[in-house]
Design a protein around this ligand. Structure first.
Ligand code: SF4
Ligand code: SF4
Length: 456
């Protein structure tokens, strides 16, 4: 059977391709981890593991992307998972999703071949932190600073796996992104748009903000970053746009500069250790203890180097800041500052995996409680999937939408390009991903950071 032969299955026609071909097609299509920092997927597919896990938890409360894509593209998701398993040699495939995603469970269940299963997660935060997802779905615990592959698992999110299927079956590059626009907007929605479109235009699709003085978060309320400009383009890793009044605590906290964060930590920490008692990584048996890191920042002379290094294992899930600390300290921001400093010195953490806390399962945060704690009840709403024709007149495509080296332009200003055409390549021998045109148009400009295309 040749590599492009098709095999009829209950979940559609499976393209028969070798593991090398799958990785090559995924690389050529510019697929990167859509749920996190954008690790190039073809590199992840080089791992040989036992389990290929689809992380479909989507536990950021305001984001509604994966839960709506799964019922719409269930067959493609199953095929993408099977391609991922073939590339990584995995014998078992798991889709970990929440019980409340009824439509997804209903659509996926009849399609599952024997080597695949669903794992139903509780509606808690952070069920989608991959270390927590692996533990819940397989019982395996990843040691601090280790990768999932160390326990025989590789994890990808829903949009990544759908992009794997498109790359393998249609050689279809990543040129679009599905994201949720939610909060203080006229018409909350989930929509698929061309990469490089500005978040200002995406906001317009949702009817604009409903508050005069709005603040914007790029992503979800827990892990999203404060947006300083709505001209920021949609990239391969943009999860959502959250709009809130500027006076909302989630915006105000993010506007605090580092000096203020440190000064609050120095002045009011009472070492109650609630941040540590609720830290998901600590609960799983990691050494990370945010109360000790806050203390280390305040009284550097009594901190052991090992304690300080453990900041490198913080996932920045934000539980310590948004849920745990009763006096408004952000251990997460303290950790982030420590991490930046440690990384500049090339520091690495090595530490033991201790026993998990017996109460770990019960200390993850129920999403309903999280919404109330975040003062989001007023803004929490559905964001239904909406088919819209989006034709931006211009797109700005960053050359680095992934972990690794920036892509190198392979087009010239003035050149005409077609949607899907490769416009920047991976530098020789580097970790990276290519970039493709997301609209038909002309190359208007090229800088060190971006390629701008104008339609027509
Ligand atoms: S952000 Fe806070 S709660 Fe989350 S892993 Fe880091 S220290 Fe733990
Ligand atoms: S929860 Fe707040 S006050 Fe308590 S130890 Fe942690 S940072 Fe300090």
């Amino acid at each position: 059977m040749n590599e492009t032969a098709l095999q009829a299955t209950p979940f559609g026609e499976l393209t028969v391709a070798t593991a090398d071909d799958i990785r090559k097609r995924v690389r050529d299509a510019g697929v990167v981890g859509a749920g996190g920092a954008g690790f190039p997927t073809h590199v992840k597919l080089q791992a040989q593991v036992e389990i290929f896990l689809v992380n479909a938890a989507e536990c950021e409360p305001m984001l509604k992307v994966d839960q709506q894509l799964m019922p719409r593209q269930a067959a493609r998701l199953v095929r993408g998972l099977l391609y991922g398993m073939q590339a990584t040699g995995a014998a078992e495939g798991i889709i970990a999703l929440k019980e409340k995603y009824h439509a997804a469970i209903g659509a996926l269940t009849p399609l599952l071949p024997p080597q695949l299963r669903l794992h139903i997660l509780p509606d808690v935060y952070p069920a989608g932190d991959e270390v927590i997802t692996i533990w819940q779905a397989t019982g395996r615990r990843v040691a601090p600073a280790a990768l999932p592959v160390s326990v025989g698992v590789v994890v990808n999110n829903v949009q990544t796996v759908l992009n794997i299927a498109r790359a393998v079956e249609q050689h279809y590059p990543v040129t679009r992104r599905t994201l949720t626009v939610n909060g203080a907007v006229r018409q909350p929605l989930t929509v698929t748009v061309p990469l490089g479109m500005s978040l200002r235009e995406v906001l317009a699709l949702a009817g604009g903000a409903t508050v005069d003085d709005a603040g914007y978060i790029n992503g979800g309320p827990m892990m999203g970053a404060l947006l300083t400009s709505l001209d920021t383009p949609v990239t391969k890793t943009t999860g959502g746009l959250l709009v809130l009044p500027k006076s909302h605590p989630l915006i105000q906290r993010r506007m605090q500069d580092d000096r203020t964060v440190l000064s609050i930590a120095r002045t009011v920490c009472e070492q109650c250790r609630l941040c540590t008692d609720l830290c998901p990584r600590h609960l799983l048996g990691h050494e990370l203890s945010p109360h000790l890191l806050v203390r280390a920042m305040n009284y550097q002379s009594i901190a052991t180097p090992q304690t300080v290094l453990s900041a490198l294992t913080c996932s920045e899930c934000n539980v310590c800041e948004s849920v745990a600390c009763p006096v408004g300290i952000s251990p997460m921001r303290v950790n982030r500052l420590l991490k930046n400093e440690l990384r500049q010195h090339g520091a690495r953490y090595q530490g033991p995996l201790r026993d998990a806390d017996e109460m770990a399962r019960y200390r993850l945060i129920p999403v309903k409680r999280l919404i109330s704690k975040l003062a989001l009840s007023e803004w929490y709403q559905d964001a239904p999937f909406t088919e819209l024709r989006t034709e931006p007149t211009q797109v700005q495509l960053p050359l680095r939408q992934h972990i690794g080296a920036a892509a190198v332009p392979c087009v010239q200003p003035g050149e005409t390009v077609l949607r899907g055409q490769q416009i920047a390549t991976i530098p020789d021998g580097a970790l990276g991903a290519p970039v493709h045109a997301s609209i038909d148009g002309t190359v208007a400009s090229i800088t060190e950071q971006t390629i701008t295309l104008v339609r027509g």
